[in-house]
Design a protein around this ligand. Structure first.
Ligand code: ZN
Length: 272
């Protein structure tokens, strides 16, 4: 009888031990499950959202700032060298052309063939003539357009006033002529461009280094995303400066482009 009691007691203890072990196990499993759920919860906001933010923000490698190199008063004897420089760097520029040096007029066609933009500047580029009357201005404008047509097979739809639209020289010859011509250009669908960076190549700067430095300083000072640079391809030093400006621009993550009617414009205040 005593043996039976001991056996029964042992059995009860065994069952109790088994139940206890099972309980501990289930507690541990639920703790493990809780632990597992923690990283799952923290992972959800961490990974996909950060990635989508990265995708929507612009890559630091993507250039946002655009330099529009523009050359007035040519073509001339340095224009061909300029075209080679532009080709070497794959840069497209804009030429506001004249017929001042008729021997070089075929370079308008060459510039166009090489992918550059051709804009009207003035056939004769004589302020006294073009700003003397509306008729004289329009005659000169049309003369230049005909030359552009001969050279490129099409008329141009972009324009730059000799002296810029803010010039006061024209006041000497005809009051209100620039205002009337701005209206004419708008009505006919032409877009005219002034500039927000000047190389000062026609204001006394006569070395490539000085011109380059002037252009770079102005670009760095201007808080804008586009830079319309005024240069003249009738000056050797300005053409040489172009290579330095392009090198600096490309090294500093700027892009270069030519102007068209959809480009950002710079307009000075019309003074006459
Ligand atoms: Zn000019």
């Amino acid at each position: 009888m005593k043996r039976k009691v001991i056996l029964f007691f042992t059995l009860v203890c065994l069952i109790a031990a088994v139940v206890l072990i099972a309980d501990i196990k289930s507690i541990r499993q639920s703790e493990i499950a809780d632990d597992d759920s923690l990283p799952v919860i923290t992972d959800i906001p961490a990974s996909p959202e950060t990635e989508s933010v990265k995708e929507s923000s612009p890559s630091p490698e993507m250039p946002e700032k655009t330099i529009y190199l523009t050359f007035d008063d040519g073509p001339f004897m340095y224009t061909d060298k300029l075209l080679n420089i532009l080709d070497n760097y794959g840069v497209k520029a804009t030429f506001f052309v004249t017929d001042q040096n008729h021997d070089y007029v075929d370079l308008i066609g060459k510039a166009y063939e090489h992918g550059h933009a051709i804009g009207v500047h003035s056939a004769c580029h004589k302020y006294k003539t073009i700003y003397s009357s509306d008729e004289a201005f329009l005659n000169d404008f049309r003369n230049m357009q005909e030359i552009i047509m001969e050279q490129t097979g099409q008329y141009s739809d972009i324009y730059r006033f000799p002296g810029g639209c803010s010039n006061t020289v024209s006041l000497k010859y005809n009051k209100g002529i620039v205002s009337r011509m701005v209206e004419f250009l708008d009505e006919e669908g032409y877009v005219y461009f002034d500039w927000n960076i000047t190389s000062e190549d026609s204001e006394g700067l006569d070395s490539a280094d000085a011109i380059t430095q002037t252009v770079i300083e102005q670009i760095l000072e201007l808080e804008d995303n586009y830079y319309i640079v005024l240069q003249h391809d009738i000056y050797d030093c300005s053409v040489d400066a172009t290579e330095q400006i392009i090198k600096w621009g490309l090294e500093n993550n700027y892009r270069f482009d030519k102007l068209d009617t959809e480009s950002p414009t710079v307009h000075f205040e019309v003074a006459n």
